[in-house]
Design a protein around this ligand. Structure first.
Ligand code: ASP
Length: 474
């Protein structure tokens, strides 16, 4: 009788729970989502996107479904981020410089930023070279595997496209990179999102505003202040969409993987890159702890949404608005520092990319050109990988284009180039995702160091949310 009662009771409780949950699931879900920190929501979106991608890989017509119906939401998200990047750099840099009120501080900030960037990049390359020379991931690759990879990727559009882009870059004169910083038409620079040109223009405007009487400068400074505030709010609004967008982006990445056999053959090489990248992150955390006395875990927690987006988009340029928002509002770096250090960093500071280039170049030599593995060539790699990471665009797989230039600088035989790129092509996307995460973390770290050294790091960051002002206007 007792067991009868228990069964009935359990049934009743279960039915009640089902009815309760179905009535309230939306509210429960909403509350759960509301209280969850942004990085958890993004992480959930990523994991679900990966699972969804794997499922779609096994379903007939699944890939087409993801391409036609899921991927566009990722593209819309990236478009929105790109849309606000230019006004954001312009406004925060102009406002920042006019707040600095001191031209000597701008000089100091510029010099410190560039030297720390060069320093961290050199360390990244040395770590990369150390790992690849110790582990020798290319040494044991069988002729059969090389043949397979060659057959599959040597004429792949992804590979040939990188070679064409690299040769266009190579044909430029030695001072072309310098010329490219100075725009002749700023609207063209806006349209092309030419980061360094926009930074130059914003600094030019900011410094000129400092040099005219304050009363005359005020209307423009106020305008850019207001523009900056508005664009920052746009970042908050766009980020509401981030968990769904990363779902789309990652599902799309997963459907592109098809040859797990080749992926496994490249596992040791990939692990070398991943190990190096993890060491770089550890190095940043030490820098943060030692120079700013902030907790590394706190730093990671504040910056994680930008890292997760860097991972999902493979583009430091697309991530830039979010990096700026996190660094200013969550890490407490004043905008006069973040407005300069971050856009410059997104363009020229790519520690993850340079580490990857060092490992990839030596790996390729270990497999198909061992006679090129001399000490002097490795020194050349240090220098060219440094320049290449400065010259790489902050977009997906730019690092691979510049890798061609690194290889050419050491006299790598031209006819072997397509095979070299083919060798690493299969794992390029996941490694790109990871190196972009390191690139963005490096920029955020350096902005904290520079801010600390200039007394521009606030102890209590002022977090802003998308709905701070919502009650008044809803
Ligand atoms: N995707 C990288 C970035 O945007 C560049 C690269 O290494 O390919 O930072």
């Amino acid at each position: 009788m007792f067991s009868n009662f228990m069964t009935q009771y359990t049934h009743k409780v279960t039915s009640f729970l089902i009815i309760f949950l179905s009535f309230h699931s939306k509210i429960i879900l909403n509350n759960l989502m509301k209280n969850l920190a942004l990085h958890w929501k993004i992480l959930m979106g990523m994991v679900l996107g990966i699972i969804f991608g794997f499922i779609m890989n096994t379903v007939d017509g699944g890939k087409g479904f993801v391409t036609d119906w899921i991927k566009p939401f990722g593209t819309i998200f990236i478009n929105l981020l790109k849309l606000i990047a230019v006004p954001l750099i312009l406004a925060s840099l102009i406002k920042g410089i006019s707040d600095l009120k001191d031209i000597s501080k701008i000089k100091k900030m510029g010099l410190r930023t560039i030297s720390i960037y060069v320093g961290t990049t050199l360390i990244a390359i040395i770590i990369g070279l150390g790992i690849v020379n110790i582990v020798k991931p290319g040494a044991g690759m069988s002729a059969d595997t090389i043949e397979k990879i060659k057959a599959k990727y040597e004429t792949d559009l992804g590979v040939t496209d990188k070679l064409v882009k690299a040769s266009a870059q190579k044909d430029a004169g030695p001072l072309q990179a310098l010329i490219d910083i100075f725009p002749s038409n700023i609207f063209q620079s806006f349209a092309n999102a030419s980061m360094l040109q926009i930074i130059f223009f914003a600094m030019f405007v900011g410094i000129s505003l400092l040099l005219i009487p304050e009363k005359k400068a005020k209307p423009l400074v106020d305008f850019f202040d207001s523009l900056n505030e508005m664009v920052m709010k746009m970042v908050d609004l766009i980020m509401l969409f981030a968990p769904y967008a990363v779902f789309a982006l990652l599902a799309n990445v997963i459907i592109a993987f098809d040859d797990t056999e080749i992926l496994l053959k490249l596992l040791v090489y990939a692990l070398c890159v991943i190990g190096g990248l993890l060491l770089m992150i550890a190095f940043y955390l030490v820098l943060v702890k030692v120079y700013t006395k902030k907790s590394p875990l706190w730093f990671l927690k504040q910056i994680s949404p930008a890292q997760l987006l860097a991972f999902s988009t493979s583009s430091s340029a697309a991530t830039l608005p979010v990096t700026m928002e996190r660094v200013e509002e969550h890490l407490g770096v004043d905008k006069e520092v973040s407005g300069f250090v971050l856009p410059v960093g997104a363009t020229i500071n790519m520690d993850g990319t340079s580490l990857y280039q060092a490992i990839a170049a030596v790996f390729i030599m270990q497999v198909i050109w061992p006679e090129g593995l001399t000490f002097s060539n490795q020194i050349i790699i240090v220098l060219t990988a440094l320049l290449a990471s400065i010259g790489s665009a902050a977009v997906p797989s730019a690092g691979m284009v510049m890798l061609v230039i690194v290889l050419e600088s050491i006299g790598f035989p031209e006819e072997l180039l397509p095979i070299g790129l083919a060798l690493i092509f299969a794992v390029d996307r996941p490694l790109d995702m990871m190196r972009t995460t390191v690139n963005v973390t490096g920029d955020a770290t350096v902005s904290m160091l520079v801010a600390k050294s200039l007394g521009k790091l606030r102890d209590h960051p002022q977090e802003k949310n998308w709905d701070d002002n919502y009650e008044k206007v809803k």
